[in-house]
Design a protein around this ligand. Structure first.
Ligand code: SPV
Ligand code: MG
Length: 434
């Protein structure tokens, strides 16, 4: 090892394999190795959140002989840390010459030039069995206790957590696997929403709590078996307070990450119905008791309780919503869903503007079903941390199925719909059999 030389290595180090060791060994030959360990936030800006937390990854690296020091790297971009350390060398596998990190690499070269630093790029280690590693990670993340905490970690590492409605294992798999590239970043959904509306509709029942909560929870297992991402459970008003501890126990056991309860009482009516006559809101202090009960009965602090305020739905206005938000926050809610059935996000933004000033502020959740023109970037700007696309997959599936059924009836054969439906050989291989 060369004395008095500093070598910077940026790493995610979620699962260490021989490729990393190779990099660190080479780095160590050039001087003292400082690892810039990417924070959860930095990693989730371009790929999935790591399986191990920052602290866990830090402990592993700090105890490695090849590593002298570990510091956080808060962005994918190295600039801030490089300016701070002015290392003699940066070592990175040559795989970043193409793909998502290409730009990051150019900036590193530009920075290093300022103090005559050098970039060393060892050849990427081939034949690492990432499949075996990934499968092992999958096993770990499927354990309920690991799964429950993933939503809370996403809350603290992402600008906005993006959730989509899932009403069966197949829709769960779409959410699990779909990844697209946008502005050189990989984007995907962060988890699933078990909606009372779509869960009931799928079973031919109205969204009025006619489907028992225990039935809804027990039917989650199939979806949980097929996926690893967090799930948020829509529990209507949570039912009777005395029954809540049992509901929470079941939800945690299957690996659910959060429950959302709404502050309405009486026979349940879906909030998007125009006519809300007869629907009543709970007294804030009474509803707060439900929140406290959940906080008290959950086994894991990482299981989140989200309080849903229905003041705007029932025409009660901003002051009522703000008063409730304060009470629910004090009772221990982790976040507030401020619901609205307006065509624009104006009223929820008026709420966030005021609530952000409060010392009881907690993260905000939006369900843009009626105000669907809103962009995520505007939700972020207005203090929202979670967006739930609450029913779109079922709404997409139903007309497609109806059209198919109609076409077969009209034509007296199935051929005419073939082009619009997935080929049999694709549906057969849709679910991997490994
Ligand atoms: C659901 O999806 O069941 C919801 C959201 O609770 S809403 O339909 O807007 O009430
Ligand atoms: Mg619902």
């Amino acid at each position: 090892m060369k004395k008095n030389k500093q070598v910077y290595v940026g790493l995610s180090a979620d699962i260490l394999h021989e490729g990393h060791i190779n990099i660190l060994k080479i780095a160590n030959k050039f001087g003292e190795v400082i690892v810039g360990l990417l924070t959860d936030e930095a990693i989730s800006s371009y790929k999935s959140i790591p399986h191990l937390s920052y602290k866990q990854r830090e402990i592993i690296l700090k105890n490695m002989r090849l590593v002298r020091k570990v510091i956080p790297q808060k962005t994918l971009d190295y600039t801030q840390n490089l300016r701070l350390i002015k290392p003699d060398y940066v070592v990175h596998g040559d795989d970043w010459k193409t793909g998502v990190q290409k730009k990051t690499r150019s900036k590193v070269i530009k920075e290093l030039k300022k103090w005559n630093g050098k970039l060393i790029e060892p050849g990427y280690t081939k034949n690492i069995s990432s499949t075996i590693i990934k499968n092992k990670i999958l096993d770990i993340s499927l354990l309920p206790q690991n799964r429950v905490s993933r939503l809370k970690r996403l809350f603290s590492s992402k600008k906005i957590v993006r959730i989509l409605e899932s009403h069966n294992s197949l829709t769960g798999l779409i959410i699990e696997n779909l990844k697209i590239k946008k502005n050189n970043k990989e984007i995907q959904f962060d988890g699933m929403w078990s909606s009372s509306l779509t869960d009931s509709a799928t079973r031919g029942k109205p969204d009025n709590s006619s489907l028992d909560l225990s039935v809804r929870v027990s039917s989650l297992s199939d979806m949980m078996d097929a996926t690893t991402k967090p799930l948020i459970f829509d529990a209507d008003n949570g039912g009777q307070i005395e029954h809540l501890p049992y509901l929470i126990k079941s939800l945690e056991r299957v690996g659910t990450s959060a429950i959302i309860i709404e502050d309405k009482i009486g026979l349940k009516k879906n909030s998007l119905f125009k006519n809300q006559t007869g629907t009543q809101q709970d007294k804030p202090q009474v509803f707060a008791k439900k929140i406290k009960k959940i906080c008290f009965s959950r086994k894991s602090k990482n299981f989140m309780v989200i309080a849903r305020i229905e003041s705007f739905i029932l025409g009660k206005g901003l002051d009522d919503a703000l008063k409730r938000a304060k009470v629910y926050s004090k009772a221990g809610a982790d976040a507030i869903l401020i619901h609205s059935k307006e065509k624009t996000p104006k009223e929820i933004f008026s709420f966030s503007k005021e609530f952000r000033k409060s010392k009881n502020f907690i993260p905000l959740v939006s369900v843009p079903s009626t105000y669907s023109k809103v962009y995520e970037k505007d939700l972020i700007k207005n203090g929202f941390k979670l967006v739930i696309y609450a029913n779109q997959l079922l709404r997409a599936a139903y007309p497609a199925m109806l059209n198919t059924a109609e076409t077969i009836l009209k034509k007296g054969r199935a051929f005419d719909i073939e082009k619009k439906i997935i080929p049999i050989k694709e549906i057969i291989s849709l679910i991997k059999n490994d």
